[in-house]
Design a protein around this ligand. Sequence first.
Ligand SMILES: Cc1cc2nc3c(=O)[nH]c(=O)nc-3n(C[C@H](O)[C@H](O)[C@H](O)COP(=O)(O)OP(=O)(O)OC[C@H]3O[C@@H](n4cnc5c(N)ncnc54)[C@H](O)[C@@H]3O)c2cc1C
Length: 382
Amino acid sequence: MVRPMTGEFQSADFIVVGAGIAGASAAYELARAGAYVIIAEMEEQPGYHTTGRSAATFVNSYGNDVIRGLNALSLPFFEAPPDGFGEHPLLSERGTMYIAGTDELEALDQFLAEPPNAGLLTRLTPDQALAMSPALNPEIVAGAAFEEAARDIDVNALLMGYLRGFQAAGGKLVVGAEIKSLLRRAGKWEAETPVGILSAPIIINAAGAWGDDLAYLAGARPVGLVPKRRTALTIDPGEPIADWPLTISLDETWYFRPEAGDLLISPADETPSPPCDSQPDELDIARCIDRIQSVTRLRINRLVSKRAGLRTFVHDKTPVVGFADDVDGFFWLAGQGGYGIQTSPALARMTVALAGGGEMPDELIERGITTAAVGPMRLLTA
Ligand SMILES: Cc1cc2nc3c(=O)[nH]c(=O)nc-3n(C[C@H](O)[C@H](O)[C@H](O)COP(=O)(O)OP(=O)(O)OC[C@H]3O[C@@H](n4cnc5c(N)ncnc54)[C@H](O)[C@@H]3O)c2cc1C
């Protein structure tokens, strides 16, 4: 049942739902390609949900083959964004070190031997690993792999650069604009929000953890998005840490990295959650402290800050990008999981091509990234 629509009526070529990194980057590229785009964001602040809660790293060797292709195609944007994008560099030096225990040495060998990791990862001895990340408990380090090219991302500069560029290209960001209902009429969507009605032939679903909820509103089949809560705490390490790399267990059960003078620590949890304003759970906080104390010599008496965010995946951990086949004009840009910041430039370019009615760009095809690999149809069984 669609409620009567009230308020101001605004028309565009595209409505992008969500002003996280996915929506902001796609809207930027669409506006620069000449489209009139409105971003509808339900919060007052862009980036309030997962985008504002990430670990802010660019790790080339992270993710499945599709993700690694997207990483490679996104890197040039981070290294040399378009003129006027922003005053600050988007990347700064960090490095990522994967730590393997005695029962993981075979897995470490396999990881180092993966073709995409050739020339990217260096094997380290336990002594070398401990020299780089001196808080580690020597007993848990049997081997390590180091990605020197991994970088910190200035996520705020990236998000603001996209939104500024979007507005400079004529786009309009509307906040406090939760899409409450969707009606398809005469080849256009009419989206009811508390601040008025937005209309466009195409909706881009960049609603993060709420992606399947938006599909329900449109009458489209959901794709099986599962938001998974991840906890990130910061502590005062009491010693200089600026040079420490992101240090992560090979099986991704804990990590730590410097963040603005403090040390970010995480149990790398992946607890399924409904879409919500995610908050850290007391048990996860206790687990995090316990785990980090067991893999380091750090003793944690006080937290500087705590946060949690939802990393939203479909079962194959590959993003969902493409038009729905069951309703017209409904475009998916969802399921970016734990890689949505670092892959945003390539996913945004893909969105412009496909949502504009074109083919998958050659740069993506050359990396084996096809419409079948990322499209929603692979997930629709019912
Ligand atoms: C602890 C943690 C560490 C991470 N570390 C990294 C990392 O190091 N590198 C990396 O690349 N990625 C990382 N990620 C993942 C990354 O943060 C996400 O992939 C990315 O932020 C997802 O962006 P998004 O725009 O899809 O979602 P969001 O940022 O959640 O944006 C979705 C937006 O849609 C809006 N919305 C939803 N429904 C509606 C509606 N009906 N109407 C209007 N607006 C709506 C929401 O308010 C929200 O602002 C991490 C995530 C977490 C939680």
